[in-house]
Design a protein around this ligand. Structure first.
Ligand code: IMP
Length: 192
């Protein structure tokens, strides 16, 4: 079964390739010959994930999926949440977003946070959503240089290391995105 993944994010593509279910294959937008930047104009991860998958479905009429993630920090009332990519400005700069978050959290002792991923699958024209959550905390400085986004300041529950200090294999033990995508793969398996 072949699906189009509605994203141009090379980090996400690499990650999802590392755990995508056996018997399923996905191709990137680039491989499908689609060269657009899909907007994320909505106030929720669910709506933005749907926007991405339905945009690709409208263009191709093919089965496809997307994924939208937000980092939700308790002490910041769930921020940056749906604004995670553009927290410190429109140009989606990972390092600046991370530093901006650390500044906002300066002096705050409640460091609890979670990554929440929502996958949106369009299968035979119908949409299905799957959620993956990883609970953890925000460190007070950056640690590690692997991964992407907020990985250097996010320590998953049960680990003494941030995501950016882990190999991809290790990150996948906790990975919010893996949880959402594996739920989707399970759903697809049961439909066959
Ligand atoms: P989006 O799902 O592409 O909208 O992702 C929003 C933002 O969340 C990204 O730009 C990253 O900064 C951040 N993000 C998403 N997934 C991860 C992750 O696995 N680790 C660290 N940051 C992430």
């Amino acid at each position: 079964m072949k699906l189009i993944f509605a994203s141009n994010n090379l980090h996400k593509i690499e990650e999802i390739r590392s755990y995508f279910g056996e018997g399923f294959e996905f191709i990137t937008m680039k491989e499908a010959g689609i060269d657009i930047d899909i907007p994320e104009p909505h106030e929720t991860l669910e709506e933005n994930a749907r926007e991405k998958s339905t945009t690709i479905f409208r263009l191709t009429q093919q089965n496809c999926f997307s994924e939208d993630t937000g980092l939700e920090v308790d002490a910041l009332n769930g921020e940056p949440g749906v604004k995670s990519a553009r927290y410190s400005g429109e140009d989606r700069n990972y390092a600046r977003n991370t530093n901006y978050l650390l500044q906002k959290m300066d002096g705050i002792t409640n460091r609890a946070a979670r990554f929440r991923a929502v996958a949106s699958l369009i299968m035979d024209g119908k949409e299905y959503q799957f959620e993956g959550v990883c609970e953890g905390s925000i460190t007070t400085e950056t640690y590690g240089d692997k991964g992407f986004g907020y990985d250097p300041v996010f320590k998953p529950e049960g680990s003494t290391f941030t995501f950016a200090e882990m190999s991809l294999e290790e990150k996948n033990k906790y990975n919010h995105r893996r949880i959402a995508i594996e739920k989707m793969a399970e759903f697809l398996k049961n439909r066959r």
